[in-house]
Design a protein around this ligand. Sequence first.
Ligand SMILES: [Zn+2]
Length: 397
Amino acid sequence: MTHAGGLVRLGALATLPLAFGACQYIPEMPSFGAAPQGICAGSGLTVDIDFSAAGRHDCIIGPDGSIVVSVDHEPAYVEGINPSPWFAFRVTTEAPRAATITLDYTDYTHRYAPYVSTDGRNWRKLAESQVTLNEKKSRVTLKLDLAAGPTWIAGQPISSANDNLDWTRGALAGLGFTEMKYGESLEGRPLVGFVGPGSLEAIVVLTRQHPPETSGQEAYRGFVERLLKRSDDLGSTFRNRYRIIIAPMPNPDGVDEGNWRLNAGGIDLNRDWGQFSQPETRTLSQWIVAAAGGRRVVSMMDFHSTDKTVIYAPPLDAASPTISFLPFLKQTFDSKLSAPPEWSYNHNPNGGTSKGWALEALKAPGITVELWDQIPTADARKLGATAADALIEYFSK
Ligand SMILES: [Zn+2]
């Protein structure tokens, strides 16, 4: 027991590099600083999930060196998780080799086209010829050549909670925005938002309530960039007049834990904007109201992803003084995009969506902007930028 206790204490010291000038002790420690042990290893391969936004996986390596990875979802408070089978894991090989990797979804089916990366930052999509599904689509086999070292394999290019916060910070730098910690997630991660300097009225922008929905995040980035950087008079009029309220990462636990849909409490946050049973939705809704500070909110845009590009909007006779922005937005999409989105109009005051809450609480058209999972990044950004142009042109005149 004494021996084990000593190991633990020295291990803690080893995580404080150079702080004690006691480096001579560290080489005696077994395996500290080595590659992660992984969730399975064999035949010169190691599979691990030791990074933010990694999926919830187990795995085996067969006698022939083929890898089978199970794809599981987070605990759900109620039955009926949305089928967004997220995967993200890393395979490390000692020497270059051909690999066969099977994803086993058990009761779910393959949705996200695999992307691979050798640095965790630059990604390429696997060719269709490298991806084989079984008849039920419940197992998919990937054939690829691994370089020596690590290869990340994921359902979309990985974007951790900090990634979109950092992107947003960079985009807003020098433009007079205030960064605020408006709350803490269930697991204690900071909930961070940004408030612009505009004075008279307000708009609200959200994304990533649902962890894997990164094509929606690309549209959000196109939207924010155009809103901030459009350089004509209408652009500056808009920014002076409208207070831009941005929540880039309302579900950091779900994103960093590799959840398919839910927060760490097993709740779909975009069904909780009525009960507000979770700290993420409770603090976000309170912060939006406080940040608007009594100003009229003209729109609330919430960017997501699904199996097609579609806009969910309230009915055109909904009780909002700015509801006529919707036909202008549709007309702008239809005239400027080669593949304009479908539209679906409805309002359910008890649905618990941000969209429904925006209409009920703010009298603002809440707009859920859904991007196709596989939309090229440039097209997602263009849709977001076009939505920003519509907003600027409609509300600055
Ligand atoms: Zn979603």
